[in-house]
Design a binder for this molecule. Sequence first.
Ligand code: URA
Length: 238
Amino acid sequence: MLLEKMLQSQGLGSRKYCQQLIKSGAVQIHGEVVDNLKYKADLKQLEFSVYGESFEYREKIYIALNKPQGYECSHQATHHFSVFELFDEVLMNRGLQCVGRLDQDTTGLLLLTDDGQFLQALTHPKKHVAKVYQMHTADPVTAAQIAQLEQGVELRNEAGVFAATDVQSLAERQLQMTVHQGVYHQVKRMLAAVGNKVEQLHRAQVGQLSLSHLDNLPQGEWVYLSSEQIVLAKIREN
Ligand code: URA
């Protein structure tokens, strides 16, 4: 691929700006300056640097963030920070998007990508992958509430019934459950529907990918997913 096009695809800036970078000698490929605009980059295992900052060529990006509280999944966050503030301009230039949404006060595994097909595969209403949530509740969780969550509850203005699987009480006021859709405030609304209230919510797993596969990534930090981890995230059922 023509070097300027490769740089642009990686979020380094406009085509014209990338040409300037090349002409000024700011770009190195595998440690050698390349200032020839006609240079064609071999994309296989390509490592390059721009003004000394190293990059690895990635056709698409797949990121796992352990989302902290107080961050919204929108570009124009109004009352809180935006999760996109946790990423640099080069990544943002690539059109990074959240794969589904977590509420501002929810913590845990949030995937981000610039791959529209991956986004669609994980969020399309007919293809929702299972997600595991852990929560602290206002009141002790009763056996009747667990049974109701497993049987399914109705949510206002949503068609159908919303049931959770693998509902487990972790402690008196701590619950873990797996949900299979992704409607607005789903977990909080499901707990409200059985007469309880979520006080703290954390997502531990998407598909078969859990934070424990990511060395228990600290809150506020992110990593690129390996190809095996991308496959795990796409597995639909537990
Ligand atoms: N369900 C919720 O209620 N909130 C989230 O952030 C995710 C799922």
